[in-house]
Ligand binder design. Sequence first.
Ligand code: S3P
Length: 444
Amino acid sequence: MARFNVYPLAQRFSGQISVPGDKSISHRALMLGMISKGEMSIEGLSMCEDVIHTKQACVDLGIDIQTDGNKTYVRGHGLYGVIATDKRIDCGNSGTSLRLFAGLLSGQSKSLTLVGDESLHRRPMKRILDPLQTMGANIEGRVDGEEIYPPLHIKNTDALSHIDYTLPVASAQVKSTLLLASLYAQQNSLIVEPILSRDHTERMLCYLGAPVLFQKTPRTIIMQVSSWNRELLPNPISIPGDISSAAFIIAAAVITQSSVTISNVGLNPLRKCFLDALRKSGACIEEELVSQENMEPRGNIVVHKNKNRQSFVLNRQEVASCIDEIPILAIVAACSLGESQFYGVEDLEFKESNRIKTIQDMLSNFSVSSKYHDGILSIDGIGEQLFSKATIQTQGDHRIVMAAAIASLRANGVCTITHADSVDTSFPSFALTLQKLGVEIQAH
Ligand code: S3P
C-alpha cells in the first residue's frame, strides 16, 4: 500500500494546469451511450478507476467500446440492447456506477448481480431499492438490520411502473437511478428533490432527446415517456475537466497564497458552489466561461494570490452543491481564523469512508479541533499557524488522501499519508499535477 510523503511548500507556486475529465459526467456518458442507438463519440472521458469500472461493466453488458487518443466510441444497441455476457457486474469502489446501473438495468428483463469492493459493500442501498421496488423492479440486496447493502441481485421484470417520488435525501445518485429506471416505465414519472443536487443526468438525457421536463417550485423533474419513441440519440459528448479534482489544486493555491489557472473545467452551477465557499473565506477567484455548448458550461478558473482567510458558514443547499468538496473545505476552514460551520453534512457518513469521522480524525492529527453534532460540522480554524506534522490514516478514501496531502503543504514538517494509491479512484495524476507546480510529493 503506497504512502505519500509531502513536504511543506518551500515557495509559493504559480502556474497553469488542466485536470482529467469529469467523473460524474463520464459515468453518465458511458451508460447513456450504451443504451442509445448507434455510435456515440465521447471526448475527454476520465480514465480514473471508477470510470474504468463503468466502462468494463458496459463491455461485460455486451457493448463494443473503442478508444482512439482522447476519444472513446460507444456502440449502443438501444434501450433494450444490453446482453449480460458476465452475470457479475463489478463496480469496484464506485457508488455512482452501482446505483446508476441498478436503475438502468432494473427495467431490462435481465438477471445479473452488481458487486463492488469492501467499501462499496458497506454503503447503504435502501435509498434506491425502496423506490425501485415500488416501480416493480425485481431487485434485492443483503439485508442487515434496517439497511440493505450490495451485492444487488436483479432478476427479470416484465415492465416497470411509473413513480411519483419525493427524495428523502439530497442525492444526485438516487435521483439519477430513478430517472434512468423511468426510461423503462410505461407512464410518466415525477421526481421531486428536497434540495438541488448535480443535474448532469437531466442535462444529458435532454441533450440525447429524452422527454425530460422541469418544474421550478418545488424542484420537480417529469419523465414524459408515454409519448416518446424510446430512442436516445448518440449525439457526440465532450467532457470538461472535473471541478472536484480541480478543487484540491485550487485549495492548495488558496491556503499557500499561491496562484494558479485551471483550464477547461466544468462550471455547472450545481458543482461550482465550492468556489463561492472559498470566496466567503476571502479567496480571490475568477471564472472565465468559455463555452455553454454540448450540455455543460465550461471554462477556466483563475486563482489569484490572496492573504486573508476568514471563517465561513455553509447552509444545507451549499453543502449539497459541494458534497464531495467538504474534506478539502475542512482544510481551508482549518487554515482560516475562527469557527467555520457546515450544515447538513450527515450523509457524509455514507461516502467512501465515514467522512465525518475521517475528516475529524485528520483534523485532530493536524492539531485542529472540530465538533460534530446534529448534522453540523464545526471547525476551529488556526489562521496563519502551521499544522502539526502528522501521519494521516485515510481509510483508503481518495478525497481524504488528497485533502490531507494539500494540508501537508502548511505543516511544520514532512507528513505521511496512507493509501496514496487510492487517488486513482478519481484523480490518477494528482501527485504529478502537484509536482508540475513545484510541490514536493513522493509516493513510496
Ligand atoms: C455523484 C453524486 C454524489 C457524489 C458522488 C458522485 C454522482 O453522491 O458524492 O461522488 O455522480 O451522481 P450522492 O448522490 O450520494 O450525494
